[in-house]
Design a protein around this ligand. Structure first.
Ligand SMILES: Nc1ncnc2c1ncn2[C@@H]1O[C@H](COP(=O)(O)OP(=O)(O)OP(=O)(O)O)[C@@H](O)[C@H]1O
Ligand SMILES: [Mg+2]
Length: 294
């Protein structure tokens, strides 16, 4: 699914984000990316979504080489990658429902589909009781659960969570790790960047450890093949069949992929269910959200 081959990113002479990094991640994996502040975790994420281009080396995503890819195709690929941020990046003027629904609106999904997906996602994150609260009314853990739901809204193949628990206490941290593991069991590949080594001690999850831009350890280092387009992962023993039925539906539904700003703008005024608050869905807001959900 992802392959880095001798990738370096040098921002300015001798200021490296990454140095000669090589690894591959298969579809369906859950991988911790660890390393101290400044070790290159966020740089890695930005290279994956081609927000940065490498100074040298090759990166492939979903079996496609990123370097010569036309921008239109990059935009298409980015829609298959959900990003979760340490500081949530929720839009303060939108409530929980609207924050989760917005990527779907931008993608031009029909209202019935949006309602169905947002309802599923609210169940997944355990916030069915709070769809009309605004970000300022949420706890950190709740905010991050909304951030995860938004990242999942388009049914991405990959989630890159960049220090998603950096602002949370230990209970909320555990809940977020559990939620991302559950999402992984349902078939989404997860890269989880953290400098909290306690998170990575408890199980046998693969760890890529960065230090000063160098990949110093890969707990499953071996020659890893990059598989062709993946079938869904077989379900794991400990997953619960009842939950899988509705979540499985969420992940297998086709997602509208012909996304254009014009469409988003024309959709942005569409009615929200049971909402009294008038949404000021300006072009600026849609543009900001497009940035956020990339
Ligand atoms: N846009 C940029 N311009 C110049 N240098 C950058 C840029 N982005 C990152 N760097 C440098 O690259 C190195 C890696 O930064 P990066 O943000 O990837 O680290 P990180 O592991 O995510 O750190 P943290 O845990 O603090 O988020 C740092 O030395 C940083 O200063
Ligand atoms: Mg970072």
């Amino acid at each position: 699914m992802i392959r880095f081959q001798d990738v370096s990113k040098e921002f300015s002479p001798n200021n490296f984000g990454l140095k000669q990094v090589s690894f591959a991640v298969d579809s369906g994996e859950f991988v911790f990316i660890t390393g101290p502040s400044g070790s290159g975790k966020t740089t890695l994420m930005r290279l994956i979504i081609r927000e940065y281009t490498p100074t040298s080396g090759q990166i492939s995503l979903f079996d496609e080489e990123l370097s010569n890819m036309p921008q239109k195709k990059v935009t298409e690929l980015r829609r298959k990658v959900g990003v979760v941020f340490q500081d949530y990046k929720l839009l303060p003027e939108l409530n929980v429902w609207e924050n989760i629904a917005l990527p779907l609106e931008i993608a031009g999904q029909p209202q019935a589909e949006i309602e169905s997906r947002v309802t599923d996602l609210l169940k997944l994150i355990g916030l069915v009781e709070k769809p009309y609260l605004f970000p300022s009314q949420l706890s950190g853990g709740e905010s991050q659960r909304v951030g995860i739901a938004r990242a999942l809204a388009l049914g991405p193949d990959l989630i890159f969570a960049d220090e998603p628990t950096g602002n949370l206490d230990s209970d909320n941290t555990t809940a977020i790790v559990e939620l991302l593991k559950k999402i992984n069991q349902l078939g989404t590949t997860i890269l989880f960047a953290t400098h909290n080594l306690d998170l990575t001690k408890s199980d046998k999850t693969r760890i890529l450890n960065l230090d000063s831009g160098t990949l110093v350890h890969d707990s499953k280092a071996k020659v890893r093949s990059v598989k062709p387009k993946e079938e869904k992962k077989p379900e794991k023993e400990n997953s619960k069949p009842k939950q899988e039925s509705w979540l499985g539906r969420l992940f297998t539904k086709p997602v509208v992929d012909t996304v254009k700003n014009e469409k988003a703008e024309s959709k942005s005024g569409s009615e929200k269910p049971k909402q009294e608050k008038e949404k000021k869905n300006s072009k600026k807001k849609v543009a900001a959200t497009e940035e956020t959900v990339k």
